[in-house]
Design a protein around this ligand. Structure first.
Ligand code: CP
Ligand code: NVA
Length: 301
């Protein structure tokens, strides 16, 4: 097992299922572990955040620890101090670091130079804490993600990368509906397919949605992206009533938030009865607490 939580691809299916089980147990109040007593967890933000910042801060406190929120612009990082030196210094003061970074490379360099666990709180390439909360939300609805059809609509971004990683680890079928120019890198897909993931591509959203159990989307312009022609190019991939009606009757809608109503999803869908986006947001708290317990060796299963 890795001492970090940088990508779910670093973890076995059994380990991820253990973390999810722990998250469910904490959410239901069956257990209330405090593995972070006496420990301080730093959080570095190079980009904005509502859910990640608050759910980690609250979760660390609930686990008995002390959160330390740092903004990179207030640190010497903003004046050119290297992430390697920052990692070594932080390792002398705190017990783990969660980082939301502009570049995935920053997280890798942080972990290479730190003696403490590093958690990826979103980079340009991935958002592993989010996918754990998403799978947890699906398990609450369907008991298991195994065998389900998950349909993704729109941009191929950091959140989709995690769905691709998850499709390697868990036996569900991933459909990706997007215009040709917005597909994930071929190397990422080929690797996932070689490892046994069930992934198929669609240009027609209604075909992708047919009988799907979960419809997922995300913003068309992620933090750091240029708007360019994204909104007009991705317009046919909006999740709306027509798309939802093609899905299974019991299908749910997920979105990591923040959302842009009228772009990637209509208000009718995100605020409608099949939407689980606020359970999904809540589950960030429980999933991340479980990740922290796991990293600090307190699995209590
Ligand atoms: N979903 C998510 O990571 O939200 P924030 O950007 O608000 O942290
Ligand atoms: N893809 C989005 C996710 C935000 C939580 C972004 O990177 O901005």
């Amino acid at each position: 097992m890795s001492a970090n939580f940088i990508d779910i691809a670093d973890y076995s299916s059994a380990a991820l299922r253990d973390i999810l089980l722990l998250a469910h147990k904490m959410k239901s109040g069956v257990i209330s572990p405090t593995p972070l007593l006496g420990k301080t967890i730093a959080m570095i933000f190079e980009k904005s955040s509502t859910r990640t910042r608050i759910s980690f801060e609250v979760g660390i406190k609930q686990l008995g620890g002390t959160p330390l929120v740092l903004t990179s612009s207030d640190m010497q990082l903003s004046r050119g101090e290297t992430i390697g030196d920052t990692a070594q210094v932080l390792s002398r003061y705190v017990d783990a670091v969660m980082i939301r970074a502009l570049s995935h490379e920053t997280v890798l360099q942080l972990s290479e130079n730190a003696d403490i666990p590093v958690i990826n709180g979103l980079t340009n390439l991935s958002h592993p804490c989010q996918i754990m909360a998403d799978i947890m939300t699906i398990e609450e609805e369907f008991d298991s993600i195994d065998g389900l059809i998950i349909a993704w609509f729109g941009d191929s971004n950091n959140v989709l990368k995690n769905w691709i990683d998850a499709a390697v680890t868990f036996p569900f079928s991933l459909r990706i509906a997007s215009p040709k120019g917005y597909r994930p890198d071929k190397s990422v897909i080929d690797k996932a397919l070689d490892l046994g993931a069930q992934i198929s591509f669609y240009e027609d959203s209604l075909e992708a949605a047919a009988n799907a159990n979960v419809l997922v989307t995300d913003v068309w312009i992620s933090m750091g992206d240029e708007a360019g022609t994204r909104v007009q190019d991705l317009k046919p991939y909006q999740v709306n009533k027509e798309v939802l009606e093609c899905a299974d009757d019991k299908a749910i809608f997920l979105h990591c938030l923040p959302a842009v109503r009228g772009n990637e999803v209509t208000a009718e869908v995100i605020d409608g009865s099949r939407s689980r986006v606020f359970d999904e947001a809540e589950n960030r708290l429980h999933a991340q607490k479980a990740i922290l317990c796991y990293l600090f060796g307190d699995t209590i299963l």
